[in-house]
Design a protein around this ligand. Structure first.
Ligand code: AKG
Length: 265
């Protein structure tokens, strides 16, 4: 049974996309993920766990302000006025014990195992703070950014965990449903992104999440986000998993990111 408040947020009433984990079988969750390319599970983590994650965010921010964090893991984005603003730590788990512990949470790993069909390896981990006026992300699929092989594309999942509540006003994420069967055409000047025209007829889902809820989305699911107009940060964790040992791939991904950071600074 889908909760009434959730139905109101969904694009269609029969859409099992945004579901309450209680009473849902692993098969139902996996089917929703396979069909739509995204599935949201409400209140996956308890309020006390969320409080620990929130404290971890505050601690990291205090370290950032004290100049104690290596610049290679700090990323900025533009505000709506085009000013550079701090956005995320990427990677983060090696400097954040509460996040690292969460990546090994048994319920989370069981979910990921079901979705990727193998033993999860943490390929990418980051925390996005999305402060007020952060402009958000253009429409994209993660796949071209991760430099994966064609065989890997169906077995990579990102788990986005809400630490604060997420809504369109707070720079929430829009997911384009049932578009994860291919690499979508890119616009002329952004070869890694998705041309909005290519998915214009797709049904969309604007994520509305309570703290502790999560969204699992396929590496080919087009998504983007708007500016944060909520007058508060909108903090989310992103863990990307793939099966097997992807240590070299993870290393190559982060080496390339560090190189990019150096070129930008
Ligand atoms: O957190 C957001 O607003 C979007 C993040 C996103 O799209 C990404 O990291 O791929």
């Amino acid at each position: 049974m889908v909760a009434a408040s959730v139905i109101a947020m969904s694009t269609t009433r029969d859409n099992p996309l945004h579901i309450d984990r209680t009473g849902k079988s692993a098969e139902e969750i996996e089917r929703a993920y396979r069909d739509f390319g995204v599935v949201a599970l409400r209140d996956f983590f308890s309020p006390s766990r969320v409080a620990i994650l929130s404290e971890q965010c505050d601690l990291l921010l205090a370290k950032l302000k004290a100049g104690e964090i290596d610049s290679a893991r700090i990323a900025y984005r533009p505000t709506t006025a085009g000013v550079k603003i701090f956005e995320r730590f990427d990677p983060v788990c090696d400097i954040a014990p509460a996040f690292e512990e969460l990546t090994r949470d048994p319920a989370l790993l069981a979910l990921v195992r079901d979705l990727i069909g193998g033993e999860p390896f943490l390929f990418m981990d980051k925390v996005i703070y999305k402060f007020e006026d952060d402009r958000g992300y253009g429409l994209h699929q993660d796949y071209p950014y991760y430099k994966l092989t064609d065989e890997q594309k169906d077995s990579v999942v990102t788990i986005a965990i809400a630490i604060d509540s997420v809504s369109s006003e707070a720079g929430g994420i829009r997911f384009y449903l049932k578009c994860h069967d291919r690499v979508q055409p890119a616009p002329e000047n952004d070869p890694k992104d998705v041309d909005p025209e290519a998915v214009a007829s797709a049904e969309v889902w604007d994520a509305e999440l309570t703290p502790g809820s999560l969204v699992a989305f396929h590496t080919l699911t087009p998504h983007g986000s708007g500016p944060n107009k909520a007058g508060r940060p909108r903090r989310m964790l992103y863990f990307t998993y793939m099966p097997g040992n992807a240590r070299d791939l993870r290393h190559a991904y982060y080496q390339a990111r560090i190189q990019d950071q150096r070129l930008k600074s």
